[in-house]
Design a protein around this ligand. Structure first.
Ligand SMILES: [Ca+2]
Ligand SMILES: [Ca+2]
Ligand SMILES: [Ca+2]
Length: 303
């Protein structure tokens, strides 16, 4: 039986006592986009690895499949709405929590200890303040950290990068994340006007039948306000079409790029431009100011 009203002693996962080390004064930081956003959390020192669950155990891994194992919804903390809890996207109702110093994804049955163990204060990253760290709400001084790919709740001591993570660009309906990039298949729109889908010689499907003023809308989460490179995989027999990247609804416009002639509807090339995007949930629209091209995918990369 665990008692929540007494000081809990915590231990490193290797059995040594966790006496903690002095931490710089932390300022409470609201995560960009606020509670309720979908996040992927990339390791600061293993940049191809993401926080994920596997058979309920918290880990960091590269190439997570299914992607949902590495996607979490950041919601108001179960024990404290000023903190956060991280809910599994593919196992709703399960949350990242610590128990016996380890981090697991467990079901919320509503008991106070679980809710406290699943609540984390978001702090500026311990090794890089562009990132974030998750400090245990009920055992201050302990942070979500990885060690030999497994997640623990403990003080990372001399390796603060083990407890530092970067929120990734992500999309509500999936998309493939690599490093600072998010690739979204054009056919995975949430809304559209006037387009149709067809098989692509590059595999999967592409959007076609794009004429003037057709558009598609995509839900994406932008982790940091700043400049992004947007690449578009396009094919166009004659060229001259125009892609306007805009907020769904028509404004503001983030940038416009002209589609070159590629010689045929399935001769593909990649074009790109730089746009400035604000952090948070975004409904991005690809608006054909001029049509006459096919679109296979687009990719956002933080600059
Ligand atoms: Ca059309
Ligand atoms: Ca517009
Ligand atoms: Ca595609």
């Amino acid at each position: 039986m665990e008692l929540s009203g007494i000081q809990r002693i915590s231990w490193h996962h290797d059995g040594t006592p966790n006496i903690g080390v002095p931490q710089p004064h932390h300022v409470q930081m609201t995560p960009a986009g606020g509670p309720g956003e979908f996040v992927q959390l990339r390791s600061a020192n293993f940049p191809d690895r993401y926080i994920r669950h596997a058979e309920s155990r918290g880990r960091i891994d590269a190439g997570v499949n299914p992607l949902g194992d590495s996607q979490f919804k950041m919601v108001p903390g179960l024990a404290d709405p000023n903190a956060v809890s991280l809910e599994s996207v593919n196992f709703p109702g399960k949350f990242l929590r610590h128990r016996n110093g380890e981090v697991w994804v467990d079901s919320n049955y509503g008991d106070a200890l679980f809710q406290a163990d699943a609540t984390w204060n978001v702090r500026p990253g311990l090794s890089d303040t562009n990132g974030i760290s998750f400090e245990s709400w009920n055992i201050p001084g302990n942070f979500i950290r990885h060690c030999e790919s497994l997640l623990y709740s403990e003080n990372p001591g001399g390796i603060p990068a083990d407890a530092t993570f970067f929120k990734n660009i992500t999309s509500v309906n999936g998309g493939r994340t690599t490093g600072n990039s998010l690739m979204v298949e054009a056919e995975h729109y949430q809304l559209m006007k006037g387009i149709q889908l067809e098989g692509s010689v590059e595999g999967g499907q592409n959007v076609g039948w794009i004429e003037d003023d057709d558009w598609m809308v995509y839900d994406v989460i932008i982790p940091v306000t700043g400049e992004y490179t947007v690449e578009y995989r396009v094919a166009s027999p004659y060229g001259g079409g125009q892609i306007e990247l805009e907020k769904a609804g028509g404004a503001p416009d983030y940038g416009t790029i002209t589609v070159p002639a590629t010689g045929d509807w399935q001769n593909w090339t990649t074009i790109s431009h730089a746009v400035f995007l604000n952090a948070g949930s975004q409904k991005l629209a690809i608006h054909a100011l001029g049509g006459g091209y096919n679109l296979n995918w687009f990719r956002l990369t933080a600059r």
